[in-house]
Design a binder for this molecule. Structure first.
Ligand code: HMG
Ligand code: MG
Length: 285
């Protein structure tokens, strides 16, 4: 029997957040509605961050209000602080995500605060989400390399993963934010993290700047990870991580997983149509 691997589609958020052209809300909704027919269990569609920091995500409430919600799919939103949490809750996000960095340099650039301060901001979010019954995912950025601080220590990632799970996150997604991880550096990090956290609580979130995201997925499978984030069309990047390019393309991740004998349960024809749609939403480079 083929073993299954889940792909968490993050294209409508991570894929689009870095696009320069202000994409009309209706186009974002059309992309999410198409993705909702592909077989995903979770799709990240929104981000309740400061519109001054990420203008592309300013219409997140409208996106959540406009999509046709398919039964069984959890529509997710990023929330950096309580203001973001309140917005996501009001817009009826099914789950939310807090996002921290394993490196101080990226934490300052992305959240304008230290790692410890970011965790302090997450505490009331996790408390409120627990009371409201809203599941919270945790992201860790720069798990092997930071654009500001250089290589990241694996023990810093492991400690942060433990902290996020202890706070109540149901899963921790490990972000190679700038796509610089290699199977070797990733392996060193995963060895440390999986010694302290069960692999079933971890997801791989690999950007493909260095063209190694699929190799990194493959290396992660050896550590028992069965959850990976990807974006149709390979769009994406983080506006506060210089050099960060697209997430691994959903279609490329599917191909690699298929070749390795894992099933994603996704409809390849719909994924190809969604990838073409996502790419057509890009403005001129
Ligand atoms: P700040 O400037 O330190 O905070 O930013 P502030 O509290 O002084 O607020 C500044 C302004 O933003 C104020 O407005 C606030 O009201 C407003 P003003 O008074 O100037 O008119 N504001 C908000 N507006 C809407 N929603 C909110 C919100 N909060 C404050 N939630 C802040 C701190 C966290 C807000 C800012 O740094 C921020 O928004 N950062 C988000 C950056 C971001 O979204 N990055 C991309 C996502 S992370 C990522 O892509 C990595 C990931 O994919 C994993 C990986 O690849 O590694 C997840
Ligand atoms: Mg990302």
């Amino acid at each position: 029997m083929t073993e299954s691997v889940e792909i968490f589609e993050v294209g409508p958020r991570d894929g689009l957040q870095n696009e320069k052209r202000q994409i009309p809300t209706a186009e974002k909704i059309a992309l999410v509605d198409l993705l909702s027919t592909a077989g995903f269990r979770r799709i990240e569609v929104a981000s309740f961050v400061s519109p001054k920091w990420v203008p592309q995500m300013a219409d997140s409430a409208e996106v959540l209000a406009g999509i046709r919600r398919a039964p069984g799919i959890s529509y997710a939103a990023l929330t950096p602080n309580m203001r973001g949490y309140d917005g996501a809750k009001a817009a009826l996000a099914d789950e939310i995500a807090v996002f921290a960095s394993a490196s101080e340099g990226f934490s300052q650039a992305n959240l304008n605060c230290s790692v410890a301060e970011s965790i302090a901001r997450f505490l009331p979010i996790l408390e409120a989400a627990k009371a409201d019954g809203i599941p919270v995912r945790g992201y860790i950025s720069c798990v092997t390399d930071c654009p500001f601080d250089g290589p990241t220590r694996p023990d810093a990632v492991a400690a942060l993963a433990v902290t996020l799970l202890d706070l109540g996150c149901y899963e921790v997604s490990l972000g190679d934010t700038i796509g610089r991880a290699t199977p070797e550096t990733l392996t060193a990090m995963l060895r440390e993290v999986t010694a302290r956290v069960p692999a079933a609580k971890l997801a791989g979130h690999y950007h493909d700047t260095g063209g190694r995201a699929c190799d990194n997925i493959e290396a992660s499978l050896d550590f028992g990870l069965r959850m990976f984030d990807a974006a149709v069309g390979g769009l994406g990047g983080c506006p506060y991580a210089p050099g960060a390019q697209g997430n691994v393309a959903t279609e490329a991740a599917m191909d690699r997983l298929d070749a390795l004998g894992f099933s994603t349960g996704l409809d390849r024809g719909i994924i190809d149509r969604a990838a073409a749609l996502a790419r057509s939403m890009r403005g001129p480079a």
